[in-house]
Write a protein that binds this ligand. Structure first.
Ligand code: FPP
Length: 247
């Protein structure tokens, strides 16, 4: 089926997920297949990011979340970490105007205190430049870990309880959700992982509780809007029950 036909099918079917989250995996293997160093794969992965943002706009998503760098990724060899940080800086600096024109609102979520000053200021610039856009919200998760996010939320709740702002017995799911990086964002409906790996890898542990999972065999640099549309078509064929029974 062509990409256009897939898009037409999605439209006929109606309900598009509001929020799609993607674990972009397989850059290293993609590079190795070409006898190239891993950073070459990450650079090619950056092109796939552009492509998928265009696809997300075309199909009408509200939110696209991309896992670009995990807290665990800091433990990769320094050369690769440096390459990823430079790529991030280059990405946000070179794409800021295009993202702005596309109406994309960029948010960068994670432990940003560990970014290099140059990467931090590039991130800050694009977030400010695109803050009033409303066509697509793009969450870039950088230096992010789901467990760390939950620990931070627990710490914030404890601090608020000690200060008398919340009563421990009244802490509920909404109180915790409100203290996550994604506080003002709907939960992901669809979570895609590329490169055939079947793991969550500490991504959106709380928020993905009821997300539909889609594992694509495609390595991230080869992922295009066609694969995104394919995943969305698959999502549309699922029956989401949220733990209940169907009527
Ligand atoms: C996983 O592939 C991918 C990453 C750790 C980085 C993702 C980064 C990009 C897609 C490019 C930059 C994007 C932005 C938004 C700046 P891997 O290295 O784990 O691949 P492997 O499993 O084949 O080794």
């Amino acid at each position: 089926m062509t990409t256009g036909e897939l898009l037409a099918q999605i439209r006929v079917h109606g309900a598009v997920p509001r929020h799609v989250a993607i674990i972009m995996d397989g850059n290293g293997r993609w590079a190795r297949e070409r006898l190239m160093p891993r950073p070459f794969g990450h650079r090619s992965g950056m092109k796939a990011v552009r492509e998928v943002i265009e696809g997300a706009i075309e199909v009408g998503l509200d939110v696209l979340s991309l896992f670009a760098f995990s807290r665990e990724n800091w433990m990769r060899p320094a050369k690769e970490v440096d390459a990823l940080m430079s790529l991030l800086e280059e990405y946000v600096a070179s794409q800021a105007d295009e993202l702005e024109e596309q109406g994309v609102q960029v948010r960068v979520l994670g432990d940003l205190s560990r970014l290099t000053p140059a990467a931090a200021s590039a991130v800050d610039r694009v977030v400010r430049q695109t803050a009033s856009n409303g066509r697509l919200r793009l969450n870039l998760f950088i230096s992010y870990g789901g467990r760390d996010e939950l620990v931070r939320a627990a710490r914030a709740l404890a601090t608020d309880a000690i200060a008398g702002h919340v009563v421990p017995d009244e802490i509920d799911e909404n109180a915790l959700s409100a203290r996550l990086y994604t506080a003002d964002c709907p939960d992901p409906d669809l979570l895609i992982r590329t490169s055939g790996e079947m793991r969550i890898s500490n991504f959106l542990l709380w928020q993905a509780a009821y997300a539909e999972l889609f594992i694509s065999p495609v390595l991230w640099p080869d992922f295009t809007r066609h694969e995104l549309f394919d995943a969305i078509r698959d999502y549309q064929s699922r029956h989401r029950r949220f733990g209940r029974v169907t009527a």
